[in-house]
Design a protein around this ligand. Structure first.
Ligand code: ATP
Length: 202
């Protein structure tokens, strides 16, 4: 049996950085948010659904996504955003299932990294879920530095996500990413734990 493990964390928590450590150990990582963006211009059923729901202006004549148009519709309009998510999620889920099949022979478990794993309920499709945590002030500083954006811009994105307190209830494993914790040691420990559980079927 191969386990499917979800991994998430608030903006700037370091989930992508943690995933890179798992990748070094040979664990395949499915970056759901990247795949979602790709699917918007490559999954024909999704493209058809988006055009039907939001209009053919959703795409430029060359087939690229009209980001501005879509963003203007879903921005601060929860019902429209829900409609978009309802179209995108099945496409990403299908892509994840297909991708997972190609990894069965080569990996003991796979990771699915998604920013809104809990908010979107997709954690329920995973066997276990990992939450990467770090203090809000540190997360703000990291993202402001990485994306060259203001504190207010990061806060606006942060406020759309569940708090760590809300997410903790849904997670099975935790990785704390602060300057005084070693993410490498924590990933190694968790990796060993998962391999042990797989071996002993627990
Ligand atoms: P987002 O939700 O925005 O995608 P994320 O949770 O994936 O964020 P990362 O991109 O992994 O977070 O990390 C945010 C920034 O902080 C990056 O620039 C990353 O290099 C840096 N960072 C994260 N963890 C550490 C660490 N332990 N040591 C040094 N830098 C770190």
């Amino acid at each position: 049996m191969m386990l499917k493990i979800g991994i998430t964390g608030g903006i700037g928590s370091g989930k992508t950085t943690v995933c890179k450590v798992f990748e070094i150990l040979g664990i395949p990582v499915f970056y759901a948010d990247t795949i979602a963006k790709l699917a918007m211009t490559s999954d024909s059923a999704l493209i058809k659904g988006v055009k039907k729901t939001f209009g053919s202006e959703s795409y430029h004549p060359d087939g690229t996504l009209n980001n501005k148009y879509i963003a203007a519709i879903v921005f601060n309009q929860q019902a429209e955003l829900d409609k978009l998510n309802a179209l995108v999620h099945p496409a990403v889920f299908k892509a994840f299932e297909e991708w997972t099949k190609t990894k069965v022979k080569s990996a003991p478990y796979v990771l699915k990294e998604a920013a809104l794993l809990f908010e979107s309920n997709s954690y329920q499709m995973c066997d276990r879920n990992i939450l990467v945590t770090s203090p809000v002030a540190l997360r703000l500083a990291r993202v402001m530095q990485r994306d060259q954006v203001s504190e207010a811009q990061v806060m606006a994105r942060m406020n759309k996500q569940f708090t760590d307190e809300q997410k903790e209830k849904m997670a099975d494993y935790f990785i704390s990413n602060t300057p005084s914790d070693s993410i490498i040691l924590q990933v190694l420990n968790l990796h060993e734990k998962l391999l042990f559980q797989l071996k002993h079927n627990t």
